[in-house]
Design a protein around this ligand. Sequence first.
Ligand SMILES: Nc1ncnc2c1ncn2[C@@H]1O[C@H](COP(=O)(O)OP(=O)(O)OP(=O)(O)O)[C@@H](O)[C@H]1O
Ligand SMILES: [Mg+2]
Length: 268
Amino acid sequence: MTVLELESLSVRFGGHLAVSDASLRVEGGRVTGLIGPNGAGKTTTFNAICGVVPPSSGRVLLDGKDISSAGTHQRARLGIGRTFQRLEVFGSLSVADNIRVGQEIRRSWSRRKAALPQYLDGLGDPSPDVELAAILTRLDLVALADQPVGALPTGQARLVELGRALAARPSVLLLDEPASGLDEQETDAFGDLLLQLASHGLGILLVEHDVPLVMRVCERLSVLDFGQIIAEGTPAEVRANEAVLSAYLGTGPTPAPGAPGAAPVEAQ
Ligand SMILES: Nc1ncnc2c1ncn2[C@@H]1O[C@H](COP(=O)(O)OP(=O)(O)OP(=O)(O)O)[C@@H](O)[C@H]1O
Ligand SMILES: [Mg+2]
């Protein structure tokens, strides 16, 4: 079932069209990838989905409803969760308190989603503390609950950021380069976690330059280049696509690292 749909979305910064007529769908219960070179417009697409930047045209639909005019906080409450390319956690707060911030999004707003989603073990109408314990357990953070997040290594801090997003009980989760700063073992475990969450119904849109991870966990991929979706399909189809090979995955002219058009370090 489609949880999130972008219809011909464009975002303009002055004279620069950062996202151009982009359409894509995110299905519940699977990981969908959004990949492309640096500067292609991936983070801008996330920002438009969340309402952080206004699109110049196009629509964002959540569960079939047009949410294009909803505020950022409303979109979070309606079921859009996200993490950030540059890790955004409350460093001086404990792991548990960071996750409590995510729980606050729903407090005094809605009792409609009383039972925890299946991806958080489906507990019926839990107290906030029981819900917090379920999230800590799911992310293997129980032993660190009272630690300040600022003292944790990147891999664990990224899990805390994910926990804060999950605490708002999203129906679709946008992850912006979540494996950045993770070592190989952490990346493998993170991939397993994404597959587990998706297998329990969560829709995930993954932006990531770690191509092996993307190819392993995504059922479908959309590829952005200079703001436009240049390909969509299964990982195998995208890997074989000439336009994608030349824009991102292939061995074409090599721009300087970090420059627009730079290929991912991990590309094979
Ligand atoms: N607030 C802004 N104002 C002006 N231009 C912006 C703004 N945000 C992004 N851009 C520009 O829009 C384009 C797309 O940027 P974006 O950050 O979305 O790319 P990206 O695909 O996420 O890249 P990366 O893989 O490096 O994170 C870039 O040319 C960028 O410089
Ligand atoms: Mg980005």
